[in-house]
Each structure stands twice: as C-alpha cells, then as structure tokens.
Design a protein around this ligand. Structure first.
Ligand code: AMP
Ligand code: FE
Ligand code: FE
Ligand code: ZN
Length: 282
C-alpha cells in the first residue's frame, strides 16, 4: 500500500463528499496518504485528519488557491502549513468573500439567457461554499446540459457566456502566504496555464520558483503522456518536486476517481517523501 493522492476536494469547497467520507473512500481504495486541498478553505482539514487517524490514512493538510493569470488558469497548492495562521486565514476569507459575491452574478447571467436556475437550488447542492461546479450540477439536474463539462464549455468556463471574473491574488502573494504559514507551495495542473511553448513554460516556472514555489503537479488525469514527460523534465531541470493527484471532486466533476492510476504512473509515497524532505531542509 504505497499509493497516495495529493489533490482532492471535499464538500467544504466543491467536492461532493464530506472530509470524513473522503478519507473513508481513501481507505477503501487503499491509499496510504491523502491531501485535502479544498479551494480557499481549510475548514475540512481537522475532520479529515481525525478520520485519517482512525482509519490509518496519513492526511496531509492542504489548500488550493487561484492566482491571477491573464491567459489561462493558475492554481497554487499549499501543503503542511499552519492551518490556524491568522494571515493565511484572513486571505482565504477574502477569497471566499469574492466567490460569494460572484455566484449571484453568474446565476443572473444564466437567468438572463433564459435558464431557470435559482441561488437556493445551487446552495442546496453545496455543503458550504458555492462554486461553479455546483452551478454546473444544477444545470445538469435541470436538464439544460448533459454533463458538468458541457455546463462549463457552454456557459461557465473562463470567457464563457455566463462567466464572471473574481478577485484573485497575484501568484507571488499566493505563494508567499503559504510559505509564511510554514507550508510548501506547488503549481497545480500546469496544463491549465495553456502555455504551448516549453521555453515559455520553463521561464514562468523558474519565475514562480524565485517566488518560493517548490513543486509541480506532474501527474494529473487531464495531462497527456507528452505533457507528463514535459512537466516531469521541467521539474527535474529546476529541482522542483514532482507531485500528483486526481483532483477528485466526487459527482461535482465528470470522470472523477480518487487515487486514480494516472496514465499507468503510480502516484506513490515517494513523491510525498520528497515533499516532506523539502520541509526538513528548512
Ligand atoms: P470557481 O472556484 O467557482 O471559479 O470554480 C472553479 C472550479 O470549477 C475548479 O476548481 C474546477 O473544480 C471546476 N472547473 C473549472 N473549469 C472547469 C471545466 N472546464 N470543466 C469542469 N470543471 C471545471
Ligand atoms: Fe474545484
Ligand atoms: Fe485546480
Ligand atoms: Zn483542485
């Protein structure tokens, strides 16, 4: 039992399982370690850690923070920070506030396009914070689209007809707030940056590294084999830690499997070991 998953969401953000259910599932599928990386919140970490102790799953405290990036989407993952760090908690609250202000605007856009969807039903789908996946699920349940993916591609994706911008911290701040709370910052799913040119990607990754980034999520379900090789070499070349995760969201994402065997590459405990060594080197 050496498999791990370093990227998962609970119903504290936009996953469909509670933190405890998530850890139960991890135990069932035979994961040795699991990081809970909810968007902009650490509300589920304590419950996950407690469940992990009961079930013999090593739970890594984590978070996923969206950063400003004009072209594509940049998400920064944080691990092993102090989950009660006041400055970090304040920043996360600002992000939660931005999300709360944005959701009704998205729903208004959808309504103005003639889709009957209400805030109440979206809130009902979520366990806590509302995000676009809950709105997507509501559109599926109403029969306007047949999948979460279709809800995003037709309406909710960046630049889509019902897309509304929200406040994000610049990458430097997202990385710094994780580090100041004693944690490790890594770059999530680099393919969403939508950078085609490998030199451009390398130069961005080294800029992020100068800001304090320590790892790259190399193994990810949506990465092609070619991307995986590219990101792995990028990580090696810059001496960044390679990480991997499924980005599990339960039924709030299509094709979402916890501890997914990504492209036949086992995301195993050695990756977590390398991450932990970075902490010890400090
Ligand atoms: P929000 O935090 O409300 O902006 O929603 C972002 C979340 O929506 C991401 O974390 C993903 O879970 C999901 N998401 C974003 N883009 C897509 C997409 N194209 N297809 C499916 N899910 C997506
Ligand atoms: Fe998400
Ligand atoms: Fe993400
Ligand atoms: Zn995620």
């Amino acid at each position: 039992m050496n498999r791990i998953d370093l990227h998962t969401h609970s119903n504290c953000s936009d996953g469909s399982f509670s933190p405890k259910q998530l850890v139960q599932l991890a135990s069932k599928v035979g994961l040795r370690a699991l990081a809970l990386t909810d968007h902009d919140t650490v509300a589920g970490v304590a419950e996950a850690v407690a469940a992990g102790k009961d079930l013999g799953v090593e739970v890594v405290p984590g978070v996923e923070i969206s950063a400003e990036y004009p072209a594509g989407t940049m998400h920064i993952l944080g691990y092993y920070f102090d989950t009660s760090h006041p400055e970090l908690l304040k920043a996360l609250e600002e992000l939660q506030q931005a999300r709360a202000e944005r959701n009704p605007k998205i729903i208004e856009r959808l309504q103005s396009l003639g889709l009957e969807i209400t805030t109440a039903e979206v809130v009902n789908i979520s366990g806590g914070q509302v995000g676009r996946p809950h709105i997507a699920r509501a559109l599926v349940e109403r029969g306007y689209v047949s999948s979460i993916d279709e809800a995003f591609s037709r309406y909710l994706k960046k630049g889509g007809v019902a897309y509304v911008e929200k406040f994000r911290f610049p990458p430097q701040e997202a990385i710094a707030m994780i580090r100041r709370a004693g944690g490790l910052a890594t770059l999530a799913h680099p393919f969403t940056l939508e950078i085609e040119d490998s030199r451009e990607l390398t130069s961005l990754a080294s800029e992020l590294q100068e800001m304090g980034l320590e790892g790259i999520e190399v193994f990810y379900p949506d990465h092609t084999e070619e991307m995986t090789v590219l990101y792995h070499n990028l990580a090696r070349g810059l001496a960044l830690v390679s990480t991997g995760g499924s980005d599990f969201h339960g039924n709030l994402k299509d094709r979402s499997y916890l501890g997914e065997d990504i492209l036949g590459q086992k995301v195993d405990y050695g990756l977590l070991q390398a991450l932990k060594e970075r902490l010890e080197e400090r």
